[in-house]
Write a protein that binds this ligand. Structure first.
Ligand code: 13P
Length: 343
């Protein structure tokens, strides 16, 4: 493969009106989500849950890629097909989460460092052999009056760049995800300041490690008020602050920015994305979605773990993906949520 192939895959992931489904929750995390709906988490129930999304009829209209997790990519569908081969024939690119999770940062116990670099070259090769064409690594940044520390920002930026370099060496497009958490009472201004510092450090590290920017995607948080902040910024304020921050810190060579939802509810995540795309002025990258909870939550509630509700789950997923696709084009409106628009 060549840099042209990496570029083509990165661009395909952010084709007009398309975005990514993040279905890469680890077993403990997806178990928590299933537990909340009284669904027993087993390898089979997790497989059925993921397969509900992957086989939603015509979903490739809106979804360009799916991020899986180690268990899922090694599973076979109910009809005996490897999960990557359920996706690829639909024109959906298979992706894989390759980090080993965020662990306490030595010397700064309230902060996290993402682990998983050891042996990553070999794991990437194995994932590529079973169909993965892109990967994801998530770094987590906690905000308070005194955090993040420079130590945390630099260590995570360095790990993200090492991961990205190994991906590109293995002909896999890296999604670089530095997530500034919404948890806390910080203002939107503080979120913008921290997000800017983090993006600056991340692109500095990517530059130092010679990452081919045209063959990667950035997966950032939106610039948003902390969940416990007394003053919640409006949709318009979130859109303006997010785009301003990205313009200041993300090189135009990056083909796409795919936001995480980060705990926003599904409607907020859709509205914010559409408002960002509606803003005037330069947007040198595609601005789309790589949502987990915001794409899955309605479908999970509709499904509730039973075969007879599978179709309802798929309809809910199709609807949300359609709304997020419209948002990626700046075309989402409230009317899309009406009962008549859903049929
Ligand atoms: P959320 O959209 O639920 O934040 O998940 C996206 C993701 O991939 C987090 O790593």
């Amino acid at each position: 493969m060549s840099s042209t192939d990496l570029t083509n895959i990165a661009q395909a992931l952010v084709a007009n009106g398309k975005g990514i489904l993040a279905a890469d929750e680890t077993v403990p995390t997806v178990t928590k989500r299933l537990d909340a709906q009284n669904i027993v988490s087993t390898p089979d129930s997790r497989r059925t849950y993921r397969e509900m999304f992957f086989t939603t009829p015509a979903i490739a209209e809106f979804i360009s890629g799916v991020i899986m997790q180690d268990e899922t990519i090694h599973q076979r569908s109910s009809t005996g097909i490897a999960m990557a081969d359920v996706l690829a024939p639909q024109g959906i690119l298979p992706g894989i989460k390759v980090d080993n999770g965020a662990k306490p940062l030595a010397g700064s116990p309230d902060e996290k460092i993402t682990e998983g670099l050891d042996g990553l070259r070999e794991r990437l090769k194995a994932y590529r052999d079973i169909g993965a064409r892109f990967a994801k690594w998530r770094a987590v940044i906690t905000v308070s009056d005194t955090l993040p520390s420079a130590t945390c920002v630099i260590a995570n930026a360095h790990a993200l760049a090492r991961y990205a370099a190994l991906c590109q060496e293995s002909d896999i497009v890296p999604i670089v995800e530095p997530e500034v958490l919404m948890d806390g009472s910080h203002t939107i201004e503080r979120c913008e300041e921290v997000t800017g510092e983090v993006l600056h450090a991340v692109f500095n590290a990517l530059f130092e490690q010679k990452i081919f920017l045209e063959g990667m995607l950035l997966k950032p948080n939106m610039v948003i008020s902390g969940k416990e902040c007394n003053k919640q910024a409006s949709v318009e304020e979130v859109a303006r602050a997010t785009l301003r921050c990205l313009r200041r810190h993300v090189p135009a060579a990056v083909p796409g920015i795919v936001f995480l939802s980060g705990g926003q509810d599904h409607l907020a995540a859709t509205r914010h994305l559409s408002a960002i795309n509606q803003l005037e002025g330069p947007k040198p990258w595609k601005l789309s979605f790589s949502y987990g909870r915001a794409l899955q939550d309605e479908a999970l509630k509709a499904w509730r773990g039973t075969d007879q509700n599978l179709k309802a789950g798929q309809q809910a997923f199709y609807h949300r993906a359609k709304c997020d696709s419209a948002a990626a084009l700046g075309l989402y409106g409230k009317a899309m949520e009406s009962a008549s628009a859903r049929t």
